[in-house]
Ligand binder design. Structure first.
Ligand SMILES: [Zn+2]
Length: 342
């Protein structure tokens, strides 16, 4: 018996030695063939003398070669990305580009009458339905609403989410906003704006060889400086689609979210069983809101669409270019936002 066990142990150890040898060869091979950015002597030095305790270089993200853009829009809560960029998202999606809407918190205190897990589940389901109406992907990160902080852990998380989507365009709140979650989404995305390209930051997730363009979604805040519309997009042709998407965000659009009340639902909003009246009520509100945006950003619309078409735009969404990340030229803006025509 003893001999058999000993033989078994020797066989096992032998197999393990072979496995370890294969693993070491694979690791060394990866280091030598790594597609390192130019001037990365550090990676080459590691290839010559790898040390197990040091981080192992990973390959950069493979560039998707379907010729389509990849866009990721962050909001703090499961409605922000839809409200701020849902129309433009639908326009990209119609052209076959890949769009993902991310809510950085799960929205679990965003209601006057319910909270916690059931609300997070409800709002996640709402966001997924809204994404279907827009023809895009959606993700709700499991961080408590009202508790988002610009920590190193969250910087890593946002960096990985952007890398995994292999984004060409990243959109987020500005870091000046009434809501702390909105502010910290702005901070976290800015914090990721360089780190997405740094190989040894989160080396388990392939880094981006090309830095995306980072943009801010519009807001009305004045300090330290007001939102500047570098890009304004007509969403006239997808406005019904955007309303269909917002219509799915029932807890917010029809129940008022954290600012709603039983009285608001009872006296202001058409009842659940009268869907046409409900949707009309929603569309009227959003027509006002989105046409105010078009008027506010009229100069930018005229600059991008030309005098005649720019003046005729009824509903608009607008974006400001963040000075971190890639700085697109005017010609590149027209490639990233292929909506303006000649
Ligand atoms: Zn929000």
């Amino acid at each position: 018996m003893h001999r058999r066990i000993l033989l078994g142990l020797i066989l096992c150890c032998g197999a393990m030695a072979v496995l370890i040898s294969v693993a070491m060869k694979t690791t060394a091979g990866d280091l030598r063939t790594v597609d390192a950015p130019s001037g990365s002597e550090f990676v080459l030095a590691q290839a010559a003398a790898p040390k197990p305790s040091q981080p192992v270089a990973v390959k950069p993200a493979a560039t998707p070669n379907d010729g389509k853009l990849r866009i990721i829009i962050f909001g703090a809560h499961p409605d922000d990305a839809e409200y701020k960029g849902g129309g433009t998202a639908a326009k990209w999606a119609k052209l076959g580009h890949h769009v993902k809407l991310v809510s950085v918190t799960n929205g679990d205190i965003g209601h006057w009458n319910m909270a916690g897990g059931p609300l997070a589940q409800r709002r996640t389901a709402e966001a997924h339905e809204a994404a279907k109406r827009l023809g895009v992907t959606s993700q709700v990160l499991d961080i408590h609403d009202g508790e988002l902080l610009p920590t190193l852990e969250n910087r890593r998380l946002i960096t990985k989410v952007i890398r995994e989507w292999q984004a060409d365009i990243v959109i987020a709140h500005r870091p000046w906003d009434y809501h702390p979650d909105h502010r910290y989404v702005g901070i976290l995305v800015q914090d990721a704006a360089f780190m997405v390209t740094v190989p040894f930051f989160c080396p388990d997730t392939p880094w981006l060889k090309r830095n995306p363009a980072f943009l801010f979604s519009s807001d009305g805040f004045q300090r330290p400086y007001p939102f500047r519309a570098d890009i304004a997009v007509s969403v006239d042709d997808v406005f019904e689609q955007k309303i269909d998407a917002i219509h799915e965000l029932v807890s917010q659009a029809y129940e008022g979210g954290a600012s709603g009340s039983e009285e608001f639902v009872r006296t202001q909003v058409p009842p659940e069983n009268d869907l046409p009246a409900r949707r009309k009520w929603l569309k009227d509100r959003w027509s006002q809101r989105q046409s105010r945006e078009a008027d506010r950003f009229r100069d930018t619309l005229i600059r991008l669409y030309g005098e005649e078409r720019g003046k005729a735009v009824k509903f608009a969404e607008a974006f400001e270019i963040c000075e971190y990340g890639r700085q697109p030229t005017p010609a590149e803006i027209r490639q990233l936002f292929p909506f303006f025509g000649e």
